[in-house]
Design a protein around this ligand. Structure first.
Ligand code: 5GP
Length: 190
């Protein structure tokens, strides 16, 4: 997606060979027009797949997921990283190792909102080693729902997540694929 790649070139900050900072438009300040275009592009790529729900993880997956949900006309569920008092009943939980924080946490969704009849599009901001995606896939599986595919805003293709999800047979659609961050430069794959 050219507009996204352009934004990454202009406003992305390469923190290391492994980490790209996009606080200017996705992870802190949010560019609503770009999010709208991202939602449109996810909806275009997954049109006609019978998707009934979108599942993402707080916080940075929510903006692109909501925009995709708006375009596809389906609700969006975000997995929570803590068990709040209002989210006690029928909890489905899974453990996720955070790439950016290097710690393990529990994520949860309520079984009330997801069931065997659902066909889910999973969306996240980044795909690195695939820990977040695998935890969300686990939660969706616990609910008995099926998975239409995984939509990723920024894929770091040099890390293992993409290969892992491909090997598990999931359809992955990434709007920007980064082949390398070496030398402080963002190199796109395509
Ligand atoms: P994974 O679980 O695939 O290893 O990592 C994906 C998660 O870690 C995403 O939800 C995202 O929040 C975070 N993440 C991974 N790599 C980056 C990165 O280079 N920059 C930022 N801002 N977040 C990242």
């Amino acid at each position: 997606m050219e507009a996204l790649k352009q934004k990454i070139r202009e406003e992305g900050i390469v923190l290391s060979d492994q980490v790209l900072k996009v606080d200017a438009f996705l992870n802190h300040q949010i560019d609503p027009r770009l999010m709208q275009q991202i939602g449109h592009e996810f909806a275009r790529r997954f049109a006609g797949q019978g998707i009934s729900k979108i599942v993402t993880i707080e916080a940075s997956g929510i903006a692109p997921a909501v925009m995709a949900g708006l375009e596809l006309g389906v609700p969006v569920i975000f997995a929570r990283k803590y068990q709040s008092l209002t989210l006690k009943d029928d909890l489905l939980t899974s453990k996720v190792f955070s790439f950016t924080k290097q710690t393990e946490s529990t994520i949860a969704i309520s079984a009330k909102h997801l069931g065997a009849a659902d066909h889910v599009l999973l969306i996240d901001d980044f795909l690195a080693n695939g820990h977040a995606a695998r935890a969300l896939i686990d939660l969706i599986g616990q609910a008995g729902a099926s998975i239409a595919g995984v939509g990723v805003v920024i894929e770091k293709s040099f890390q293992s997540g993409r290969v892992d999800l491909d090997a598990r047979g999931y359809r992955v659609e990434s709007l920007a694929r980064i082949g390398s961050l070496a030398g402080g430069t963002v190199s796109f794959l395509e």
